[in-house]
Ligand binder design. Sequence first.
Ligand code: NAD
Length: 247
Amino acid sequence: KLRLIGKRAIITAAAQGIGRASALAMANEGAKVFATDVNAEALAGLAHENIETFVLDVRDADSVKDGVAKVNPDILFNCAGFVHHGTALDATDAEWDFAFDLNVRSMWRMMQAALPGMLERGGGSIVNMSSACSSIIGAPNRFIYGTTKAAVIGMTKSVAVDYITKGIRCNCICPGTVESPSLEERLHALGKQVGGYEEAKKQFVARQPMGRIATADEIAALVVYLASDESGFTTGQPHIIDGGWSG
Ligand code: NAD
């Protein structure tokens, strides 16, 4: 039996990477999926009978309000986020503000828009994208990123507690390194500092005790589980999926 039949799901940053894999995985489980992103061109490639796409910028309050109102979701997957490179000394105010808006505040915006409908129906599942690099583990040159992703864990716990008796669950996921277009960009950028793309990839793989990087599909499987009623007894938790990195 398909696990998400009858559910309406909205996903942010669904044009590529983990968001895209999760849109397809949820659609294959029977959900009506609304896959959103700022990148209309990349979204256009997401064809599936259960998927509708539209542009939603999580940094724009009106775009969030309109988009969520259109969907009235049972499932919200807040996937949008950006990785800044650098230490506490490298970080700038502008990078900090940008990252907190995109990685943290955007999730609050989306939840604020989606929660009233979930409360009315007496149920819902929210999945927020955190990272193993957060309050779980520190990673080199991830000062701003790790700080924002730790905030996502706190926000997730807070929302979980406030709506626990209303049938609404809120969890977050904490992946290690995952194959995605933006990871490729990071590997090419790091490659320039460490003597090439292959050396950069070796360094990322080395920190994963399993000796490899995750596929986006492996992360999507966890997202589907948390979105579905199968995970009905878990809320307020960071679900770590990091190939043993933090183990
Ligand atoms: P990605 O970084 O390759 O793609 C990100 C997507 O976000 C793009 O399609 C982009 O257009 C979209 N986006 C950017 N700004 C947006 C905005 N304002 N509104 C809506 N969409 C916007 O994908 P990924 O690497 O799978 O990362 C997705 C999420 O997973 C991020 O939150 C990231 O921090 C998190 N994550 C990734 C990894 C990894 O190794 N790839 C590990 C842990 C956590």
